[in-house]
Design a protein around this ligand. Structure first.
Ligand code: ZN
Length: 181
């Protein structure tokens, strides 16, 4: 069993907020996508994502630094998918739009992303599949894969947006500092 998954108490997982250092780690590949611990992690992540009204959630956001994210890229409840060891295989065109993140409550800003992104990933059944995302779905794919590399919303925001949200960012930093003491 995957070392990072065998020690996880799934029931106790919560969404971590900036600037938790676990959000900055580069996640490692899931060794066995068909391991029941992976399905249990994904189920809990769907629960947390829905409760927070998000459209995507990456494993490092719940403190498990493996390359997995869950998403409901069109917002339709029957469009939920688990993406294990995902990678972008092609991307084209550009879009600029408002983007937020469940690890940055109260912060959002305009971010430039590819308009179309094609990814390859493995499902819980161990089968590799390809998914083509356009518009919001492409944005979700790129945002979640950023998380797997430790790259965060704040890194993508322009200096104007960062300045506009300096109070919210400071409040998150202070809340994290208080929780750690
Ligand atoms: Zn995010």
């Amino acid at each position: 069993m995957d070392k990072k998954l065998s020690n996880v108490d799934v029931a106790s997982l919560t969404i971590l907020c900036y600037p938790d250092p676990r959000l900055r780690e580069r996640s490692t590949a899931v060794e066995d996508p068909t391991d029941p611990a992976v399905a249990a992690l994904a189920a809990k992540m769907f629960e947390l994502m829905s409760a927070a009204r998000g459209v995507g959630l990456a494993a490092p956001q719940v403190g498990v630094t493996v390359r997995l994210f869950v998403a409901c890229p069109t917002g339709e409840p029957d469009d939920r998918h688990v993406y294990i060891n995902p990678r972008i295989v092609s991307a084209e065109g550009w879009q600029t739009g408002e983007e937020g993140c469940l690890s940055f409550p109260g912060v959002c800003g305009k971010i430039k992303r590819n308009q179309v992104a094609t990814i390859r990933a493995t499902g819980l059944d161990g089968e590799e599949f390809e998914a083509v995302g356009e518009g919001l779905a492409a944005r979700v794919f790129q945002h979640e894969i950023d998380h797997l590399d430790g790259r965060l919303l704040v890194d993508r925001l322009g200096s104007v947006a960062r300045l506009a949200h300096r109070r919210e960012l400071k409040a998150l930093e202070e809340r994290f500092a208080r929780a750690g003491t």
